[in-house]
Design a protein around this ligand. Structure first.
Ligand SMILES: Cc1cc2nc3c(=O)[nH]c(=O)nc-3n(C[C@H](O)[C@H](O)[C@H](O)COP(=O)(O)OP(=O)(O)OC[C@H]3O[C@@H](n4cnc5c(N)ncnc54)[C@H](O)[C@@H]3O)c2cc1C
Length: 303
């Protein structure tokens, strides 16, 4: 079967075998375009949304971008780790269960085995399913050029709509997340037009801890409600120290709806997204009272 891939046909493919070699190529006056799994880049070129780059730099053979390593209270994930590798990694399942849930719903198996965490971040889409989790896990993004390495907190890395803190000569090397603290819970929820293979209308994560019915900590993030994935600082500040009562949950729901300013697009209206933002926060808090583990999963519902 012949497959037409304008992106590859139009481009020279560079195949560095190490990170220093790749960074030297990226340091040229007109740097090549990095190619990881190609699940965004190829599709954008094929759809005509992006001009096929003159030169592609394959990240496939860079050992420095592979690997998932636990150290103390963090897990460092190489930018070249695929969604499939992440969802099946024993340490990630224990330390970052909300990430496992999020990557498990990225496309289908084919996309998960090709798509990488670095590609998802570099693509910079507000509908990307991974960034909201990285926000609640206080992730730090490691980027490198021949000039050296920068460690950027994810909240600073996501600048604006499809704008990230990455210079043309830099590569994303890894993402380091704080593991779920003892006694805390986290979860994730995605709403799309279908239960699978769907770009999110809205999605989010929480990580929190309740001690004797009082909220000790609570981080919550949403995607597809702003130009980048966001945390909800007003909701978080309101919740800490409050009893987990219906009154608290109702006010957190109201605050969440009020604090987001989404747009209407082909996937959803702004009003729907505002309403669902509140309902997601309610669902996250209710999961504590129900005592169920993890997320409420993914859904193709409209209400
Ligand atoms: C059918 C289909 C379904 C999908 N479903 C979902 C979904 O449900 N949820 C979701 O979030 N996404 C989804 N996606 C989007 C996509 O799969 C993910 O964003 C994926 O993680 C992108 O990773 P990649 O390795 O394929 O990136 P690539 O396509 O290789 O690259 C994407 C961009 O990042 C740059 N880049 C890649 N790696 C690096 C690096 N290390 N350093 C610097 N720049 C880099 C590239 O130059 C390019 O600009 C879907 C895509 C398809 C085709």
């Amino acid at each position: 079967m012949s497959v037409s891939l304008r992106c590859v046909e139009a481009s020279d493919l560079l195949l560095p075998g190490s990170l220093p070699e790749a960074l030297a190529m990226m340091a040229e006056p007109e740097p090549p375009t990095p190619l990881a799994g190609g699940t965004d880049l190829m599709v954008q070129c094929e759809a005509g949304a992006r001009k096929p780059p003159a030169r592609l730099l394959s990240l496939k053979q860079l050992p420095e971008l592979k690997g998932i390593d636990e150290a103390d209270d963090t897990i460092r994930i190489g930018a070249g780790a695929t969604h499939w590798q992440i969802r099946n990694h024993a340490d990630v399942k224990v330390g970052l269960p909300g990430l496992v849930e999020a990557v498990s719903m990225v496309g289908g198996r084919q996309i998960q085995t090709m798509g990488t965490i670095g590609g998802s971040l570099a693509n910079g889409s507000p509908a990307g399913d991974i960034a909201p989790y990285l926000l609640i896990a206080d992730a730090v993004v490691e980027v490198a050029s021949i000039e050296g390495t920068r460690q950027i907190p994810i909240r600073n890395f996501l600048i604006d709509y499809r704008k990230i803190d990455l210079k043309p000569n830099e590569l994303i090397v890894a993402v380091t997340c704080k593991v779920l603290p003892e006694g805390a819970k986290e979860g994730w929820r995605k709403l799309g037009p279908r239960a699978a293979q769907a770009i999110s209308k809205i999605m989010g994560n929480y990580r929190g801890k309740i001690v004797d019915g009082v909220i000790e900590s609570f981080a919550v993030s949403l995607g597809s409600v702003a130009p980048t994935a966001i945390r909800l600082p007003e909701v978080e500040a309101f919740l800490v120290g409050k009893p987990l009562s219906e009154e608290t949950i109702a006010e957190a729901e109201r605050l969440a709806s009020a604090s987001v300013k989404p747009i209407s697009d082909i996937r959803s209206t702004a009003e729907y997204r505002k309403w669902v933002a509140g309902r997601l926060v309610r669902g996250f808090l209710t999961s504590f009272t129900k005592g169920n583990e993890g997320s409420e999963g993914s859904e193709g519902c409209e209400s």
